[in-house]
Design a protein. Structure first.
Length: 256
C-alpha cells in the first residue's frame, strides 16, 4: 500500500507543487531515491523556465558530453540505487559495463588516484572542499570518459546521479570543452539532491555525509551491502528528505 502526500516547496524560481506516493511499510533507502530525484528535476524545470523567460538558452543537448570527464560524486543512497540498477541489466550489457568500469579503474590507478578516491569514499568525516578540489582537478586533467558513457551518450540515463542531472549551462556549449579555464555559466541549482540524500543517510546511520566517486560507486555499494538492506518507514524517509530540502532552499534564498 502507498500513502499520497501533497508537497509544496517555494524555490527561488517559483513554487513547486506535486503529489508523491510513498509505501506505507518499511522500505530501504533506495526506494526514496527516485522520488527525491523527481522533486529535484521539477525544481530544475522551474529554473530552466525562468532562464528561458529571461532570454537565456540551455546549451546542453544529447551527445554533448564534455562534462562527462568530470569526477562525479554520489551519495550513499545513490550508490546503492545504481548497484541495484546495474544488477538488473541484461547480462551482456552488464558485462560490457563492468568491463568499462574495470578499464577506468586501471587508468585511475595508473594515475595514482584510486587510493585517494577510496579515502574520500570511506572517510569517517566530511571531506572539506579544499581537500576535494585538488583531487577533482587532477581527475579532470586526465580527461577520462565516464565509464557509463557509450558513443558520447549516457548509458544509464534513467539512473544517472543527481550531480549529472543538475549540471546545465547557459554559456556556449564549446566552452565546456575546458570547464576549468573557460567562463562556463551553470544554471542555478536550488537544492542539491545528492547532498540532501547524503544528509538523510548520515542522520539515519549516525555517520558523516559521504561523497562516493562514480567510478568506484559499485564497489563501494558492494562493500556496504549489509547497510543497504536496512529499512525505515516510508513516510519517515520522506519527512527527512523534505526537511533537508527546506534547509537547502532557505540557504539558497539567502544567497540569491
Amino acid at each position: 500500500m502507498v500513502e499520497r502526500f501533497e508537497v509544496a516547496l517555494n524555490t527561488p524560481a517559483g513554487r513547486l507543487t506535486t503529489a508523491i506516493d510513498v509505501p506505507t511499510g518499511l522500505i530501504p533507502i533506495t526506494a526514496i531515491v527516485p522520488v527525491t530525484r523527481r522533486l529535484g528535476e521539477e525544481a530544475a524545470q522551474l529554473e530552466i523556465q525562468q532562464a528561458v523567460e529571461a532570454g537565456q538558452t540551455i546549451s546542453c543537448r544529447i551527445g554533448c558530453a564534455a562534462c562527462c570527464r568530470m569526477l562525479v560524486p554520489l551519495s550513499a543512497p545513490e550508490a546503492f540505487a545504481l548497484r541495484e540498477y546495474v544488477e538488473h541489466l541484461p547480462t551482456d550489457r552488464r558485462t560490457h559495463l563492468l568491463s568499462h568500469l574495470s578499464d577506468t579503474k586501471d587508468r585511475v590507478k595508473r594515475a595514482g588516484l584510486w587510493d585517494r578516491l577510496n579515502d574520500v569514499a570511506e572517510a569517517s568525516r566530511a571531506v572539506p572542499d579544499e581537500e576535494l578540489d585538488p583531487i577533482n582537478q587532477t581527475y579532470y586533467a586526465l580527461r577520462i570518459p565516464c565509464p557509463y558513457l557509450e558513443n558520447e551518450t549516457c548509458s544509464i540515463y534513467e539512473s544517472r546521479p543527481a550531480a549529472c542531472r543538475e549540471l546545465l549551462v547557459t554559456s556556449p556549449a564549446e566552452l565546456c570543452q575546458d570547464m576549468v579555464q573557460n567562463p562556463v555559466t551553470p544554471l542555478p541549482v536550488s537544492m542539491r539532491i545528492g547532498s540532501i540524500l547524503g544528509l538523510v543517510w548520515g542522520t539515519l546511520t549516525n555517520s558523516p555525509p559521504r561523497l562516493i566517486p562514480l567510478p568506484m560507486a559499485l564497489e563501494w555499494a558492494e562493500r556496504h551491502e549489509e547497510e543497504s538492506r536496512r529499512t525505515w518507514p516510508g513516510s519517515s524517509l520522506l519527512d527527512q528528505v523534505l526537511d533537508n530540502m527546506w534547509r537547502f532552499l532557505s540557504q539558497e534564498f539567502e544567497k540569491r
